[in-house]
Design a protein around this ligand. Structure first.
Ligand code: APR
Length: 247
């Protein structure tokens, strides 16, 4: 592992434009369950059964119960040293972008600003009728949530299975990755295609790819370094080695 750490430091020293893509594993050590791990179940439902427009049409209250369960866990969670390392990283490279699939808001809470929440945010709703967006208060909600403007049903402002991504956010992500010379993918299984597509796109353009995950992921084959480690413990250690190498 030490030699892998050194190779990452060497690549980081040469890097000018750095992208980081994070998934649910990034927040695991903050106590937030991943989607596809054993803890991903809620009342025997999997995310794929609840995070869909059909599930919301069929039973909005059930879908809101699941989101509200996750949101209460998130509100009690704290960003860990790995989140803080990524927030610090922004100031060390000429150009930096963090693209997260996570909707938990831990990256902005850790101080990340050059950030795209490509799957939206669990702390915001969007009205099904008038598209009005509302930021949610850090308290338990009366569910299902109604729009403060038109009174109709409001939904979590996140990208559901079968829904398309925000064109502008995806466009910005792809544009950045086409000129990135180093891309980290942290805590994602790649079971959802975007990180795999973004990683392959960056790799085709010659970027140095680092996969930080305790397990093999869908895009590991595109990566130059597969660091079998965790976001909470290993990322801060790797980052402090890079800061030393950059100073
Ligand atoms: N540090 C880093 N990675 C970890 C850790 C950890 N401590 N613990 C687990 N992991 C890894 C797992 O090995 C797995 O590869 O995190 C990954 C989590 O995978 P998923 O649960 O599939 O989460 P993610 O890849 O983010 O899912 C993508 O799918 O359900 C949708 O919209 C949802 O954004 C989510 C998307």
């Amino acid at each position: 592992m030490e030699s892998l750490k050194k190779q990452i430091e060497y690549a980081a020293k040469k890097a000018r434009t750095v992208a980081v893509i994070t998934g649910a594993g990034m927040s695991k050590e903050s106590g937030i369950p991943t989607f596809r791990g054993p803890e991903g179940l809620w009342k025997n439902f999997r995310a794929e059964e609840l995070a869909t427009p059909e599930a919301f049409r069929k039973d909005p209250k059930l879908v809101w119960e699941w989101y509200e369960w996750r949101r209460q866990i998130v509100l009690k969670a704290e960003p860990h040293e790995g989140h803080k390392s990524l927030a610090e990283m922004e100031d060390y490279f000429d150009d930096f972008l963090l693209i997260t699939q996570n909707v938990d808001g831990l990256h902005p809470r850790a101080g990340s600003r050059q950030l795209i929440e490509i799957h939206g945010s669990i702390h915001r709703t969007r009205c099904n009728t008038c598209s009005h967006k509302m930021d949610l208060p850090p308290v338990a909600l009366e569910i299902p949530v109604k729009c403060e403007r038109c009174g109709e049903l409001s939904r979590p402002d996140v990208v559901w299975f079968g829904e398309s991504y925000d064109e502008e956010l995806l466009g910005r992500s792809l544009e950045f990755l086409s000129r990135a010379d180093m891309v980290w993918i942290i805590g994602s299984s790649g079971m959802v295609s975007v990180p795999v597509y973004l990683a392959a796109h960056a790799s085709k353009n010659g970027a140095f790819l680092v996969d930080l995950n305790p397990e093999e992921a869908e895009f590991s084959r595109y990566c130059d370094i597969n660091f079998r480690g965790t976001a909470g413990a290993d990322l801060p250690r790797i980052w402090s080695g890079i800061k030393e190498a950059l100073s």
